[in-house]
Design a protein around this ligand. Structure first.
Ligand SMILES: Cc1cc2nc3c(=O)[nH]c(=O)nc-3n(C[C@H](O)[C@H](O)[C@H](O)COP(=O)(O)OP(=O)(O)OC[C@H]3O[C@@H](n4cnc5c(N)ncnc54)[C@H](O)[C@@H]3O)c2cc1C
Length: 442
């Protein structure tokens, strides 16, 4: 083989795909804008450990991770606590982001992947309708295929022509603007309040979390709108009143980042191009976890590439990646994007009502990166549970109207996603993606 593949950006899925392809004899180079020791964020992440096994990488040593604490969800009034109850073997793992990268890169380098750090990708190089390489701040490089793993604001995806049908940018309410910091820990808290996630905090559009860890308190402020550090600190000052474990000394983090919280990118491929990870918006829309999905997608992508014996890496041959990604992961994520849209339409008291009346309960909130299927959630409901939910809805016409609207949107999104073309034909795909994108209008 030996065909040349460029991975633009050191995203998790991109590096994992690079490793799998290098193992098959492809010549793969990753171009990453940061220095090797500056990769990833200064905090821990929670993800499904099956992400590792999907790409054939051993789960790291136990000293490198711990099991995730169950989360307790609150509405803005902080009155009803919905605590997840996840069995230990289903619990996600929590690891330092830097350790995740170190583990991934160790295996990628062993497979022969080359890394070029401190080289920023500026845009794709196009020949007609095909991506044939990348332009970086240091030069131009050609390849048989470019895998876009540059994340949410990928300059590769942003500079693709409309004729490819690939959405260049997310729209409003499709990303969380996030501030995160670790503070000194002032006191212990009850078991159920060790990891609190507040939806629509202070009736603001977004989420906040407070995780009281062994030696610090981890605070995250996520909003659907941009904000500055003063706003973040003022929100944390408010939170401190009800969460005395948050100290005032900042130990780590103290920085901003963005998370896609939307349906996956409608079209993932073009001639000479495939998007993965946050570049393709593969996070779980409500909770923003994207690491495990990126790793799982890497295996699907590497299989599609290595099974393209023509070596053309055209949209037609890469369509197997698109189809299998949606079958295994994407089709379950799209309906969750509709649930997220409901969250953006609710007023704080309406969400409090939904929690208080059991329209959503602790079991419903046991969403993780491995149980993203709405079908699984619905099939687990008892008749009594359904009755409680219906009673709650019938007694509040405004909430009922918003939930019905979401239900209709969700049904349409599910049907349109299922009707994805089975093979790539540009006209058909462009028509389909227009319809797919229209399912998620706020
Ligand atoms: C605050 C926060 C908390 C999160 N918590 C979790 C969590 O607990 N669990 C979880 O699963 N996910 C979490 N996520 C989401 C997670 O970070 C992503 O979904 C996941 O990393 C997959 O994205 P990625 O690796 O494709 O992209 P990214 O993580 O964005 O990586 C992209 C890479 O490309 C590089 N890059 C970007 N632009 C260029 C360029 N122009 N040239 C060269 N290189 C470039 C970047 O430096 C980076 O290394 C969180 C995200 C944030 C912001």
């Amino acid at each position: 083989m030996g065909n040349k593949i460029i991975v633009a950006g050191g995203g998790h899925g991109g590096i994992a795909a690079a490793m799998l392809l290098a193992q098959k004899g492809f010549d793969v180079t990753v171009y990453e804008k940061n220095a090797a020791d500056k990769l990833g964020y200064d905090w821990t992440d929670i993800f499904d450990r099956k992400g590792w096994t999907a790409v054939g990488i051993p789960i790291p040593d136990k000293s490198k991770y711990k099991l995730k604490q169950d989360m307790t969800f609150y509405g803005p009034a902080m009155e009803t606590a919905l605590t997840q109850n996840t069995e230990d073997d289903k619990k996600e793992i929590q690891m330092e982001r830097k350790d995740i990268y170190a583990h991934l890169i160790e295996y990628a380098e062993k497979a022969g992947v080359k890394f070029r750090y401190e080289e920023a990708v500026e845009k794709p190089i196009l020949l007609g309708n095909r991506v044939v390489g990348i332009k970086t701040d240091k030069g131009e490089y050609l390849a048989d295929l470019v895998i876009d793993a540059c994340g949410l604001n990928s300059p590769v995806r942003q500079n693709l022509p409309p004729s490819m049908g690939i959405q260049n940018n997310p729209v409003e309410y499709e990303q969380f603007y996030v501030y995160r910091a670790h503070f000194n820990k002032m006191c212990e808290v009850e078991e159920k309040d060790k990891f609190k996630l507040i939806l629509l905090p202070n009736n603001e559009l977004g989420i906040s979390w407070v995780a009281t860890e062994e030696n610090h308190t981890d605070v995250l402020i996520g909003r659907f709108f941009k904000f500055d550090r003063d706003y973040a600190i003022s929100q944390i000052d408010e939170m401190r009143k009800l969460n005395p474990s948050i100290g005032t000394d900042i130990l780590r983090g103290d920085s901003f980042a963005n998370i896609p919280v939307r349906q996956p990118l409608g079209v993932l491929v073009a001639d000479g191009y495939a998007a993965i990870g946050d570049s393709a918006f593969m996070t779980v829309p409500v909770i923003g976890s994207g690491i495990a999905n990126s790793l799982k997608a890497a295996k699907i992508l590497a299989d599609a590439i290595s099974n393209d014996f023509s070596g053309s890496y055209s949209a037609e041959t890469l369509w197997n990646y698109q189809k299998n990604f949606y079958k295994e992961i994407g089709a379950a994520l799209a309906p969750l994007a509709c649930i997220k849209l409901l969250l953006t339409r609710l007023e704080g008291p309406e969400l409090d009502y939904i929690f208080a009346k059991g329209i959503l309960n602790a079991e419903d909130m046991t969403i993780d990166a491995d149980s993203t299927s709405l079908g699984a959630m619905l099939s687990g409901m008892s008749l009594d549970d359904i009755k409680i939910k219906l009673d709650g809805l019938i007694n509040n016409k405004v909430v009922l109207g918003k939930v019905v609207k979401m239900g209709l949107q969700l049904a349409r999104a599910t049907a349109v996603t299922a009707a994805m073309p089975t093979s790539y034909n540009r006209k058909t795909v462009l028509r389909w993606v227009e319809e797919y994108n229209s399912c998620f209008k706020r």
